[in-house]
Design a protein around this ligand. Structure first.
Ligand SMILES: O=C(O)C(=O)C[C@]1(C(=O)O)C=C[C@@H](O)C=C1
Length: 160
C-alpha cells in the first residue's frame, strides 16, 4: 500500500511537531517554566494567520488547525513532565536550547501551512475523515501511545 496518500504531507509534519514537543518539555522541565506560553502562542497564531492570508487560505481555518497542533503539543509536554516529576520515567539528561526548538517549530509550521494549502480540496471532500484516519493510523504505528493520541488530537479540524 502506498505511503503517498494525499494526507501524508499533512500528517508527517504533525508527527514531527510532536517530536519537538519532547524537546520543549525537556527544556521546561529543566527551567521550571510552565507548559503554557501564551505570548508565544499568540505569536505563532499571528504568524500563521498572516501567512495564510497571503497564501489565499482562510486565516480562521488555518488558526483553528494550528490551535489543535498547539493543544496536541501541550498534551505531550504535560504528560512527559508529570512522568518525569513522578519518577515514572527517568527525566532526560540534557535539553536543547529553547530558541533553537522554537526556530524548528517555526520551520515545521511553515511547511504545514504550505500543505494545508495543497490539501484544500481533499480537506473538503466527504471522504476526508476516513482518509485522514487511515493515514494517521499508519503514522501512529511508528509512535508511542502518548504521541499517537496527541497526533489524533492535533488533526481534529483538518477536515472541513
Ligand atoms: O514554544 C513553546 O513554549 C511551546 O510549548 C510550543 C507551543 C506550540 O505548539 O507552538 C505550545 C504551547 C505553548 O503555549 C506555546 C507554543
Amino acid at each position: 500500500e502506498s505511503e503517498n496518500t494525499d494526507f501524508g504531507p499533512l500528517v508527517r509534519p504533525a508527527a514531527e511537531r510532536l517530536a519537538v514537543a519532547d524537546q520543549v518539555a525537556a527544556a521546561k522541565y529543566e527551567s521550571g517554566d510552565p507548559v503554557e506560553a501564551p505570548a508565544r502562542e499568540r505569536e505563532v497564531l499571528a504568524e500563521v494567520s498572516e501567512h495564510a492570508e497571503r497564501a489565499g487560505l482562510d486565516p480562521a481555518v488555518a488558526t483553528e488547525v494550528f490551535r489543535d497542533r498547539i493543544e496536541a503539543n501541550k498534551l505531550v509536554q504535560r504528560c512527559l513532565i508529570s512522568r518525569w516529576e513522578s519518577g515514572t520515567t527517568a527525566p532526560p539528561r540534557g535539553h536543547p536550547d529553547m530558541d533553537d526548538v522554537r526556530d524548528r517549530t517555526d520551520e515545521i509550521n511553515q511547511g504545514l501551512l504550505d500543505t494545508l494549502l495543497g490539501t484544500k480540496s481533499v480537506r473538503h471532500d466527504p471522504g476526508c475523515r476516513a482518509e485522514l484516519t487511515r493515514t494517521s493510523i499508519r503514522a501512529a504505528s511508528r509512535l508511542d501511545a502518548l504521541h499517537a493520541r496527541a497526533l489524533g488530537r492535533g488533526l481534529h479540524s483538518v477536515c472541513r
